[in-house]
Design a binder for this molecule. Structure first.
Ligand code: FAD
Ligand code: EPU
Length: 344
């Protein structure tokens, strides 16, 4: 039922979210609308929607709905890019939050702006990119973020937060913590290099692109796309939200203990001096890579990805994930933390 008469925005009731979340969970939103500009957000605020239950969705690629959503689901379609500044060193691009992330990366590569290319093909929107500080293949988005613009629900005003205040960390930011459920990100300002500047920490990239003659932004983008499509499942085939858990960080002492018992453990040193362990490796070691129970299972090529083989309920996925983390805890005494946002 449409309530077009009362609102300028089109608010519809009882909308299926199955095609709006990549886990393909078949739940409904009590109310649903799409926003295309800042005025739409102000209208939602004026009409009191933020006083009740609400959620904004980008691509739905990092959420797990447990049940029907008894409030308003706001689908972000605020689009557009704008070049704010360009000099011999850098360019500052304002990208509106409803743009698809990979459309933004493609725009950067096409215009020879350096810094986003390693993050090619990550699903979702520009607006969600700062929330968990998306990362892949040796780069995190915080490295190219200049500032983030958002609507502050409480004060009903639009604000800008500088990168230094965003508290970015591994899959972390202020938006997942102090500002959670208090803001709607409307755009992100990115600072990119206009001079060649490649990030080749990830070994398969440095192996191929060590030779300067072979490097170009589009070559790197294509390589990343090739790696990702070979490693990660297609959400159109199996519902999933990428890595279900974060890679856990442990102290050097804990790592020494594990290394003695499991010499082949896959790990990376972090800047803080701790050690990040591959959660995929931990799960594989418990024997649960490719394990399936009912409609849910781990991907047989990447144990960190949980798949909905069709028809799974959110709770079934949660129970499965709890079984996985209990097995890891039992074997390694390491707690796995979900990366996916669980929506109640
Ligand atoms: P959604 O899932 O729609 O939302 C995620 C959370 O952010 C929700 O809580 C939502 O309410 C909130 N949110 C969304 N937009 C806004 C906004 N404008 N303002 C305020 N809050 C907002 N992630 C990585 O970091 N690296 C990877 O390599 C990676 N690979 C993936 C591969 C696959 C196959 C899949 C399915 C996912 C992968 N992800 C990866 C996870 C996911 O793509 C990212 O977390 C992405 O940023 C989510 O974007 P989204 O627009 O889909 O967010
Ligand atoms: N590994 C295993 N078994 C597995 C999976 C991985 O042993 O089943 C080991 C292998 O040694 C492999 C290593 O772990 O070489 C790393 O695996 P991969 O390159 O797939 O990366 P990851 O650590 O599992 C992280 C991110 C991904 C990101 C990739 C690439 C997290 C939680 N995940 O995965 O991000 O794309 O690195 O940089 O940090 C996401 O966040 O949704 C996501 C997909």
């Amino acid at each position: 039922m449409e309530k077009g008469a009362r609102y300028k925005l089109k608010i519809i009731e009882n909308v299926s979210l199955k095609n709006l979340n990549t886990f393909k969970i078949d739940v409904k939103a009590k109310f649903f609308c799409e926003v295309t500009n800042k005025e739409d957000i102000l209208e939602l605020s004026d009409e009191g929607f933020f006083k009740k239950k609400w959620i904004i969705l980008g691509g739905g690629s990092n959420v797990l709905f447990l049940d029907d959503f008894d409030g308003i689901v706001i689908k972000n379609r605020i689009s557009g890019f704008e070049e704010l500044l360009k000099d011999e060193e850098k360019v500052i691009i304002k990208a509106n939050s409803g743009e698809l992330w990979d459309v933004f990366v493609d725009y950067c590569v096409t215009n020879s702006f350096y810094g986003a290319e390693n993050l090619s093909l990550i699903p979702g929107t520009v607006g969600a990119s700062p929330i968990q500080n998306i990362g892949a293949y040796g780069t995190e988005v915080s490295e190219i973020i200049f500032s983030v613009e958002y609507f502050d629900i409480k004060s009903k005003s639009f604000r800008t937060i500088e990168k230094s205040l965003c508290e970015f960390g591994y899959r972390e930011s202020i938006f997942k913590n102090d500002l959670k459920n208090k803001t709607i990100i409307t755009s992100v300002n990115f600072k990119l290099s206009v001079k060649p500047n490649y990030k080749l920490i990830y070994k398969p990239l440095s192996d191929i692109f060590a030779d300067k003659e072979k490097r170009s932004l589009s070559e790197i983008r294509n390589k990343i796309i090739e790696i990702r499509t070979s490693k990660l499942p297609d959400t159109d085939v199996f519902g999933n939200a990428g890595s279900f858990f974060k890679n856990p960080e442990i102290t050097p002492d804990e790592f020494e203990r594990l290394k003695r018992e499991y010499p082949d453990i896959v790990s990376f040193k972090t800047e803080s001096g701790n050690v990040k362990i591959s959660a995929g490796w931990l799960i594989e070691k418990t024997g649960l890579k490719g394990f399936k129970k009912g409609n849910v299972g781990t991907y047989n090529q990447q144990a960190l990805v949980i798949l909905n083989f069709g028809g799974a309920k959110g709770n079934e996925i949660i129970q499965f994930s709890e079984f996985i983390s209990a097995e890891v805890l039992n074997m390694f005494k390491i707690n796995l933390t979900p990366e996916v946002n669980i929506i109640y």
